[in-house]
Ligand binder design. Structure first.
Ligand code: SF4
Length: 319
């Protein structure tokens, strides 16, 4: 029997290394062999270099290879809301987003579907897709898997989530997260370098590292910033995200059961500035679910409606 993606027969695509046969069942992430998509939209609330005027062409993938207790997209990531979508249908979504005015194709939570998305991107490119592809991931990824995306992904947008493995295990079920994320970042940078912005002010290619600041210093923002600075220097562009609010099971963890305080965010920004990072995107502080798109259980795969989402404002601080 012939399989389109034989690596899914004993899946070690991501560092969870389940070894699951995804043609017969699922592993930790909950994803089988078929691509699943929840929705596609023109997202106006990403960093300005991604959203521009027309919006970022966001495709939300179902499932996730982390299990963050505070996940703001938990209906999709934990519960797997979405519909089976063929690689050809996914490539059509990309083309329709470009036609609708998207500046890029923004693949959200893509890691568990790396081979299927690589195939979709190839199909879309062959059919004329001309805008950049954004890989919007949690950085819990194998460099070997990322290598399969070389030449296909233009912009990597990893969220560097934790500085401490004890917290990544406790809150996201991810062992050894900091070392794994650093190795993933190295591979992303080897492929596309630091973020480059076009004369029109839009992201063209490169890496932009996000960091979601969590309450009570759980994400280890100080150590994350030190690690980024020490390993890659002050030229690495960063986006400090303030959008945390307690979602999913966060209320079961008192230390995560509130939004970020203005002092906590100010402390993170002050440190980033004092370290001399040359490009820092900041976010308005208004912890609320209003800033998260509303998800439905699924779309009609081949004919997904393109919706608009207006998120909070980001600002750029440039040295
Ligand atoms: S992609 Fe899913 S099935 Fe494969 S190793 Fe990761 S969590 Fe396991």
């Amino acid at each position: 029997m012939k399989f389109a993606h034989p690596e899914l027969l004993a899946c070690t695509i991501c560092p969870q290394n389940c070894g699951a046969n995804r043609y017969l069942g699922t592993g930790f992430c909950g994803a089988g062999a078929d691509l699943r998509v929840n929705s596609c939209q023109l997202h106006h609330g990403e960093e300005p270099v991604l959203s521009g005027r027309g919006g970022s062409g966001t495709i939300f993938l179902s499932h996730c290879n982390l299990r963050c207790v505070f996940c703001q997209n938990h209906q999709i990531s934990h519960r797997g809301w979405g519909n089976t979508t063929s690689e050809a249908e996914c490539s059509q979504m990309m083309l329709r987003l470009e036609e609708a005015g998207a500046h890029n194709i923004n693949l959200v939570s893509p890691t568990q579907f790396t081979p299927q998305l690589a195939a979709s991107i190839r199909l879309a490119r062959a059919a004329g897709l001309s805008i950049p592809i954004v890989w919007n991931s949690n950085a819990y990824e194998h460099p070997e898997t990322l290598k399969t995306l070389a030449g296909l992904v233009d912009i990597f947008l990893p969220d560097f989530k934790y500085a401490h493995g004890a917290y990544s295990r406790k809150y996201s079920q991810a062992r050894n997260y900091p070392a794994i994320a650093l190795a993933a970042l190295l591979e992303m940078l080897a492929q596309v370098g630091f973020l480059q912005v076009s004369p029109a002010g839009l992201a063209a290619h490169g890496v932009l590292v996000r960091h979601l600041v969590l309450p009570n210093r759980i994400s280890g923002t100080r150590e994350v910033l030190y690690a980024l600075h020490e390993n890659f220097g002050p030229g690495i562009p960063i986006s400090l995200m303030s959008q945390y609010y307690p979602a999913a099971e966060a209320h079961s963890h008192p230390e995560l059961a509130r939004g970020l305080s203005p002092q906590e965010y100010a402390e993170a920004l002050e440190l980033a500035l004092s370290l001399g990072f040359e490009l820092i995107y900041t976010q308005e502080l208004a912890p609320s679910a209003d800033w998260t798109p509303v998800f439905a259980p699924g779309i009609t795969a081949g004919n997904a409606p393109i919706t608009h989402f207006h998120g909070r404002k980001h600002n750029a601080q440039q040295a």
